[in-house]
Design a protein around this ligand. Sequence first.
Ligand code: KIV
Ligand code: ZN
Length: 385
Amino acid sequence: MSNQDKLVIFDTTLRDGEQSPGASMTREEKVEIGKALEKLRVDVIEAGFAIASPGDFESVKAVAEAVKDSTVCSLSRALEKDIEVAAEALKPANSGRIHTFIATSPIHMKYKLQMEPDKVIEQAVNAVRIARNLMPDVEFSCEDAGRSELDFLCRIIEQVIDAGARTINIPDTVGYSVPDQYGALIGNLIERIPNADKAIFSVHCHNDLGLAVANSLAAVNCGARQVECTINGLGERAGNASLEEIVMTVKTRSDFFPCEIGIDTRHIVPTSQLVSKITGFPVQPNKAIVGDNAFAHESGIHQDGVLKHRETYEIMRAEDVGWAHNKMVLGKHSGRNAFRVHLQGLGVDFTDDESFNSAFRAFKVLADEKHDIQDSDLLNLVGHA
Ligand code: KIV
Ligand code: ZN
């Protein structure tokens, strides 16, 4: 048995991810993605916001029916009706979670909620009690926690834990935080709240400044033990922390992050491709882990290094995240070694140095003119077409 802490992976592709303008999904599509997330061994799947629409209610219910190994969760405002509808949609789940939230930053309380801070605490505590009467697994989120006051966060969190919340989520709703500060926020909350040991602290970071993954990992380093994230970093505005980057960083740098993750990483790429196909949001080629070029080498120096010993330029194995293999792309920066190995793979063996040298020279001329060199171009070049 390992004595490492478990890091809970909470996927919100079907809820926050769907809030990306243009990414809405049908019930069937949500079930297909939900099944893929289950296969990936995600711990918690946030399937939607049950009260948002009849379609969302049906989707949460359908995911709760279809998924058996992961906990299925529905979001709800801190309102009795929302919570009851969430619980109703989650009835078929083997393991369900109600996730209720209210905003805690001065700007949200004053302008959006138009409520006094004490009233916000009262409503939050009441919501958590109602949820706990319906379901044992309740998560509470302080919306806009990244811009909330530490003392106020301590007050509200202590009381919602007393009311029965077992996961406390600290969202950086507007993506304003920076890693050292956000990590310190999580560390301070855990240290200062007297009953903090009764809950798992969770993070939910938006990517407005491109810092969602860095902020989430800084928080893990300071005691957060649940990360909320999405496939391909999908999500409201600039998106959420990307699941694949969080998971592979914690796995690859296990020397730095003393946490266990239950994800079966071999399903990362197929899940990314499924989400991209269903939402119509392409994955940029240089996206970490799941981009087409994430394991491709074009420069001659790198190709030569990888052919001699993979770890010279690779920190992860393409196969471990679900690619068939890494890629040697032949282009104008490629070297002789990669050219020779690639042609051997196509059944071409050079009998003497002169024929190899002249083929390599012709390849370099072609590569200057053409971006995308195909195997047929190479075979043409050496007269094997
Ligand atoms: O970004 C956010 O604050 C949220 C909460 C509702 C968890 O998505
Ligand atoms: Zn969010």
